[in-house]
Design a protein around this ligand. Structure first.
Ligand code: GLA
Length: 390
């Protein structure tokens, strides 16, 4: 018995050596790495996480706001570009940002007058968008530093972000433990998992505010992108972008994206809703039919015809906010000195409907103690036509 130990150790060493060799032959390297990205004004370090898959797709995200700062994917000829808007450095994100790439919470989109009632109590939230509360308030989840940890799992390589929002933060009740995980798979999907628990009943509606330009960051406006949404209805809004409560049909309106349609095709029409939104800035009601809330459902497909890049979005959420970059006005100098002119990026924010805490007929956004908030969205990157065609 005695003599077998060295033999076992030797075999183990040989096996490990063989594996190491195999890895280096395949160019294996850890595919989730982190490094400092910058310093907050109070001296805290913000880390940058890099996720890389076997096809060379690279996604970078930082601990400030869980912001996705870049996504590099190939076009139909295999040429890689960064397809999201943002800044080169932390200072840009801290100084001023229209939520580039960020996690949005506690509540994505607007709550009318920054007020809601729940179980007999009325809560007052920060009003940071005219008379309304937007994207979690003055200092939402996009403006806090998250704890982070990278991992390599069966599904792919990822990073998990954690943030504890104290009771009363921005006016919301309850201590909210939030967790958002980004997993990059080897079939070029980014899986975004949202999880939260609370010790008091509170509204929660987490989303992701990446601005895409599938032709490449800073390359022009997004009006030629062809968009398809699995939504035969949407929620019209008033002049302050609060839903009127109506679930309106898109048929015969510029909101009909049930078949692939260029974003620019109807954006200039004289339509009251387009006037209110200064373009598209609306929640679309997904045609989920009987599919259960925990099922992934294909909400959107976007094709950029020149590069052939395709983005498909799957979600467990009942709605998706389509925002056509209407507030971009050329005043922001972003990555690589790119100026972000009108409509140089678009957002597709999977979510529950805006102002749900004040709209009893909308699906509920209330999370209660003992329950788990679970939401998943998948961005599938691909190309259409050409050598890598799908
Ligand atoms: C969301 C809102 C828009 C705008 C953008 C960011 O899409 O609905 O009105 O605030 O975020 O500018």
């Amino acid at each position: 018995m005695h003599g077998t130990r060295p033999l076992v150790a030797l075999l183990a060493a040989l096996l490990m050596g063989a594996c190491g060799e195999a890895h280096s032959q395949e160019g294996y390297q850890p595919r989730g790495t982190s490094e400092p990205f910058g310093e907050m004004p109070d001296g805290r370090t913000v880390e940058l996480y890099t996720l890389r898959n076997a096809n060379g797709v690279v996604i970078r995200a930082i601990t400030y706001g869980g912001i996705i700062v870049s996504i590099h994917t190939p076009d139909r000829d295999g040429h890689f570009d960064d397809i999201v808007l943002g800044y080169d450095d932390l200072e840009g994100y801290v100084r001023e940002t229209p939520y580039f790439g960020a996690i949005i919470g506690r509540y994505g989109n607007r709550i009318a007058q920054g007020r809601f009632s729940l179980d007999g109590d009325t809560f007052e939230l920060a009003t940071n968008n005219g008379p309304n509360h937007l994207h979690g308030g003055s200092k939402g989840f996009d403006k806090v530093v998250w704890e982070a940890e990278s991992f390599v799992g069966q599904e792919g390589v990822g990073v998990v972000f954690r943030y504890t929002s104290p009771n009363g933060e921005e006016g919301y009740p309850g201590t909210l433990e939030a967790r958002v995980t980004y997993t990059l798979t080897d079939d070029d999907r980014l899986v975004i998992d949202y999880h939260a628990t609370s010790d008091r009943a509170t509204p929660v509606n987490l989303t992701q505010h990446t601005y895409f330009n599938l032709a490449g960051d800073g390359s022009g406006d997004i009006l030629g992108h062809e968009l398809q949404l699995a939504a035969s209805h949407y929620t019209p809004v008033d002049a302050t972008l609060i839903p009127t409560g109506e679930i309106a049909s898109v048929a015969g309106t510029p909101f009909d994206f049930t078949t692939p349609t260029a974003i620019g095709a109807g954006i200039g029409e004289n339509d009251e809703q387009l006037v209110n939104g200064l373009g598209y800035d609306h929640n679309f009601v997904l045609d989920r039919g009987e599919s259960s809330q925990s099922d992934l459902y294909q909400a959107a497909r976007v094709l950029e015809p020149v590069t052939g890049r395709v983005l498909e979005i799957y979600t467990t959420e009942p709605g998706i906010q389509f925002y056509s970059g209407n507030f971009l006005d050329g005043s922001i100098a972003g990555k690589a000195g790119h100026t972000y002119h009108h409509r140089y990026g678009f957002c597709l924010e999977t979510q529950h409907y805006p102002d749900s805490p004040n709209q009893p007929d909308f699906p509920s956004t209330i999370l209660r103690p003992g329950e788990e908030y679970l939401s998943q969205t998948v961005w599938a990157f691909g190309v259409s036509g050409g050598s890598q065609g799908s």
